[in-house]
Design a protein around this ligand. Structure first.
Ligand code: XMP
Length: 528
């Protein structure tokens, strides 16, 4: 067999100075077909050398290099003698460390700006490959006011006389604007120029290569052992299932736990998605074991109304049920999980301080310790958009791959307060109507997440001549990129009216429908 080339070998290092855009930089570089990893700015010299990147990108960050205690670029990075691109804070830190001047300012420049070329630079001229290429996105207070020796100014803007700089001989580049955000018209072209032409990376990071590489690695990792996977119907676990089916076929058993808090026909939807991949693609059949654990979950949740307590019970019951069922399978040594790269980065970043916990998200946390199994995590180095790409490549249908996210505790956090089976049944129907209508009106893909919420407060209504005194359904739809902030979706009134009519007319247990017009922050996306 031909030696498979290592698709990770031509790689870039992304050094994180705490910018909210750092992951975006890495995603854009990957979109160029180049592998990269993110490390915190205080990465050790040994780790830099071991990683051996072909180039380095320094992110922006919230600090000011004019302060004494603020992050600096480790000298080991420059000692690699590979190209370095500093973005915003990254450029300022580079300017200061090479002997230039950075001045602080109380006034932030935020938003669109137009730059102009200041001297010949094939790097900056890449921007001209796109019309309006000099339209960029700025977000900074400080700026470079004096170039370090050996650097030239390559672009300026109204408020930043040194908006880009470079030392072409040493292959050191700095841009004050943010090429990673799409508002910078030619940002992608600029990062691509850096990754391909300046750092000399080929475009080997493609869906086909990632799948081939992951399959080879899983085979090497588990050999002929058996593997168990919790299949939830979400994108990540489904893609792991499809990948493992290809890699190890009948050695894989998927456990699908019906906790009584799933959406309408969740299991059927997952099965039909896999049938498409099996029938239309070349995916081997999946062994899916369905566990009906509704009574156990609802029993454990009885009388509980605190959102965090409910989350914890749902999480621990899942672990109990899954562990019990997995133990019934003989000789299973590995637990597969759909951990993705942002989870890995976030847990690494926690050493440097973690954001306040608003909600304790549960997925399969705690399972590995309890089960004393070894972990297979084939998506560990992938961003969500890459997971989706390889899912499509593996033959899973778009309806599954582009599905809105669904929280681990499911309808458990969408039935406010105490949970009852009849509430969950009503909510499933209302939610299914909302989603069906969104798809029919071609609005499903325009919103990032949409769902119904069950409000167990009684409200009076009249249907026909009869008085109705029943509960309320709230509809929630949001638009967001990262789920950290979100805007309520401005769905057409006629559409909301139609969904509301259908819900009230078709579900006797609902007397009123309301639409949630709260953005995040201050509201969260889920109601609990
Ligand atoms: P919030 O409500 O925090 O939601 O604005 C942000 C995103 O996270 C999802 N979410 C969860 N996902 N377990 C999960 O796996 C949870 O406990 C959980 N709570 C919220 C939510 O659906 C949204 O996509």
């Amino acid at each position: 067999m031909a030696q498979q080339s290592d698709i990770h070998s031509q790689r870039l290092l992304i050094v994180d100075f705490g910018s909210q855009y750092t992951q975006l930089i890495a995603r854009r570089v990957r979109e160029c077909g180049v592998y990269c990893e993110i490390y915190p700015f205080d990465i050790s010299a040994a780790a830099v050398n071991e990683f051996a990147p072909r180039g380095v990108i320094l992110s922006g960050g919230p600090e000011s290099v004019t302060g004494d205690e603020t992050p600096r670029i480790d000298q080991s990075i420059f000692a690699l003698n590979v190209p370095v691109l500093g973005i915003c804070y990254g450029m300022q830190a580079m300017a200061q460390q090479f002997g230039g001047q950075v001045s602080g300012s109380d006034k932030r420049e935020f938003g669109h700006a137009r730059i102009q070329a200041e001297s010949s630079s094939s790097f900056i001229e890449t921007l001209l490959k796109v019309s309006e290429g000099y339209d960029v996105w700025m977000s900074h207070g400080d700026k470079v006011t004096e170039l370090p020796p050996g650097f030239v100014c390559t672009a300026s803007s109204g408020s930043a006389p040194i908006a880009a700089m470079e030392n072409a001989e040493k292959r050191l580049f700095g841009v004050q604007f943010h090429p990673e955000v799409t508002h910078t018209k030619a940002g992608f072209e600029l990062l691509s120029e850096f990754a391909h032409n300046i750092c000399g990376c080929d475009g080997t990071w493609t869906a086909a290569n990632i799948v081939e590489d992951a399959i080879a690695r899983v085979r090497e990792q588990v050999g002929s052992d058996k593997v168990v996977l919790g299949l939830s119907g979400g994108v990540d676990s489904s893609v792991v299932a499809a990948l493992l089916a290809r890699a190890i076929g009948p050695q894989l058993t998927c456990i699908f736990v019906d906790n009584g808090l799933l959406r309408k026909d969740e299991k059927g939807e997952v099965e039909s998605a896999f049938n498409i991949a099996i029938n239309d693609g070349d995916m081997p059949p999946l062994d899916i074991l369905t566990i009906d654990a509704e009574e156990e979950f609802l029993g454990n949740l009885q009388g509980m109304d605190d959102p965090e307590a409910k989350r914890k019970v749902i999480g621990s019951t899942f672990i109990e049920v899954f562990d019990r069922e997995a133990k019934r399978l003989e000789g299973v040594k590995w637990l597969a999980q759909g951990t993705i790269y942002p989870d890995v980065i976030e847990s690494a970043a926690s050493k440097y301080g973690k954001a306040h916990v608003i909600k304790s998200h549960h997925n399969v946390g705690g399972l590995p310790e309890r089960m004393a199994m070894q972990l297979v995590e084939p998506l560990r180095e992938l961003f969500k958009d890459e997971v989706r790409k390889i899912g499509l490549h593996l033959g899973l249908p778009e309806s599954l791959i582009m599905r809105h996210p669904f929280p681990g505790p499911g309808l458990g956090v969408r039935i406010l307060g105490q949970i009852q089976k009849d509430y969950a049944d009503v909510l499933r129907e209302a939610d299914a109507i909302f989603i069906e209508e969104l798809r029919r009106a071609d609005l499903y893909r325009q919103v990032s997440q949409a769902f119904a919420v069950y409000l167990p407060v009684k409200s009076v209504g009249v249907v026909g001549d009869a008085r109705r005194y029943e509960h309320v359904i709230a509809l929630r739809a949001v638009e967001t990129i990262d789920f950290m902030t979100a805007r309520w979706a401005h769905l057409p009134y006629e559409f909301i009216e139609h969904v509301s009519n259908r819900i009230i007319n078709e579900i006797a247990a609902v007397s009123r429908v309301v639409y949630d017009v709260s953005s995040k922050p201050p509201a969260t996306i889920e109601w609990e």
